[in-house]
Design a protein around this ligand. Structure first.
Ligand code: MN
Length: 490
């Protein structure tokens, strides 16, 4: 993500004279360098300029708009910058904005403060003037307030940086679909034209034959080499049918080549359309997800794209992110939990310990027993994120959760995760269902709610949050109000 740039833009005016403006620029450069040098900063943060006239504001907005490396701007008014100067520029700005209401000096220097100091350190009112015009123009942005070295301020800035980089990534995201949607399923459907218009996603279908051509070209040597890397990363089941593993290795190589040739970031499969394949791709999908590709089963291109974006947004963070499905409940009072899994395709980045590579028959699909990685999810805080098509817009739904240790399940040969959703299982399930949430989602242990809130704001899509504060009656009202708001917006 370091190739992505956030520009630090400072507003001022000529009233102050050369000497003060020089100081403003120096302070801003020092602050940008400080932000950039922080270990948790995922992108590059650079001082852009101190803009002092309407023309300079407009020029700045034009430049950042057409800078392919720029994912957004951080705006700050060290001094007072009359905000009518900003109108023309802000109207054309098409990059995400974070408004940082901060100050170069942490403290008021009580003993030495004079009018010069007051005139230089004016963000207390300069940032309010700026904020007014952004609100009046109805431009959605993130506002962060506080001393710029405060860890809590930095955390908010860096969350925005990740979301802004992912928003830029979203504009060029490509999904390859092998086979269509699972027949008769509603929630995995959606408007692909609207997805491209609103989110930038290019989603196109391919015949299984297109993939089979790639599969046929994979050499035995390539397969053998890949099996060696599996041996390093995974525990091999005793007496397993190695031919089944080789088949998945072949699929992995072919899929990866296909995705690379077409610059795809994500893909979908469906067990209803596997012509020319001997197995449902299981291990192959798991390893490709581990590498960062997005994946959606049953033709679910929304979750495939979202899985890739979440993985990208979380670049370098501890934990993992995976395609997920709510599978089975544990409804015993006091211990209520959801067991999440899929037929095969769960990403090993969320695994506790070394995944076990195994071959077992599959209940549905009528194909050969596929090789897959089997593991349990690592315990800790997590979030489930889904995107549904409401017919007139996309709605993103997030549920905070806690992954817990499960009892042994010796007869369940798939990767699985047991979690307790917040605020509690039944309220979460009520809320998720009322919101129209899918049975597919992205489970992440890497990101926090703030990342998703920033991303949804930048993409200008509806966001519904289910967390420790969710109370079902209030939630139902929130849904009704949100529905009205988003209907009127579209
Ligand atoms: Mn599914």
């Amino acid at each position: 993500m370091k190739d992505k740039i956030l520009y630090y833009v400072v507003g001022s005016q000529h009233l102050y004279g050369e000497e003060t403006l020089k100081q403003v620029a120096e302070h801003a450069q020092e602050m940008a360098r400080f932000l950039d040098s922080q270990e948790d900063n995922p992108v590059t943060i650079k001082y852009f300029d101190t803009v002092k006239t309407p023309q300079e504001v407009t020029d700045m907005c034009q430049k950042v708009n057409f800078d392919p490396q720029c994912v957004g701007i951080i705006a700050w008014m060290h001094t007072f910058s009359p905000a009518k100067m900003w109108i023309n520029g802000l109207k054309i700005l098409n990059k995400p904005m974070l408004h940082l209401n901060t100050q170069y000096n942490e403290k008021i220097p009580y003993d030495s403060i004079d009018m010069d100091f007051m005139n230089l350190n004016q963000s207390a009112h300069g940032d309010r003037e700026f904020g007014h015009i952004v609100t009046r123009l109805r431009i959605r942005r993130k506002v962060v307030a506080g001393y710029y070295k405060d860890p809590n301020v930095l955390k908010q800035i860096f969350a925005f940086a990740r979301a802004a980089a992912a928003a830029e990534k979203s504009k060029t995201l490509k999904v390859a679909r092998f086979g269509d949607n699972m027949r008769e399923v509603a929630v995995t459907e959606g408007d692909k034209v609207e997805a491209q218009t609103k989110l930038g996603w290019s989603i196109n279908g391919y015949g299984l034959g297109d993939l089979v051509e790639y599969i046929d070209k994979v050499s035995q040597k390539e397969i053998d080499e890949l099996i060696e890397t599996y041996k390093e990363k995974y525990a091999f089941q005793k007496d397993m049918d190695l031919e089944a593993v080789k088949t998945q290795a072949k699929y992995q190589i072919a899929l990866e080549r296909f995705l690379q040739d077409g610059c795809f970031n994500a893909f979908t499969t469906t067990f209803e359309n596997l012509h020319g394949l001997k197995q449902l791709p299981g291990l192959a999908c798991q390893v490709l997800m581990e590498q960062g590709y997005g994946f959606g089963a049953e033709g679910d291109w929304k979750t495939a794209a979202l899985t890739h974006l979440i993985k990208y947004m979380a670049t370098g963070l501890e934990g993992g992110s995976s395609f997920m499905e709510d599978y089975t409940y544990h409804l015993e009072k006091g211990k209520q939990a959801i067991l999440g899994a899929h037929m095969l395709e769960v990403c090993p980045t969320i695994a506790e310990g070394k995944p076990s590579l195994e071959v077992h028959p599959l209940g549905i699909g009528g194909k050969e027993p596929p090789a897959r990685l089997v593991f349990e999810g690592k315990t800790g805080d997590a979030m489930l994120i889904t995107l549904v098509d409401m017919g007139d817009r996309f709605r993103m739904i997030v549920n905070k959760a806690r992954i817990i240790k499960s009892q042994a399940m010796p007869k369940l040969p798939v990767a699985r995760v047991l979690w307790q959703p917040l605020p509690d299982m039944t309220t979460s399930a009520q809320a998720w269902i009322l919101a129209g949430g899918a049975h597919h989602s992205v489970l992440t242990t890497q990101l926090e709610l703030e990342h998703i809130q920033d991303f949804a704001r930048i993409m200008d899509i509806e966001l519904i949050v289910i967390d420790q504060n969710t109370e079902i009656n209030r939630f139902e009202n929130e849904l009704m109000i949100s529905d009205l708001v988003w209907k009127s917006k579209n």
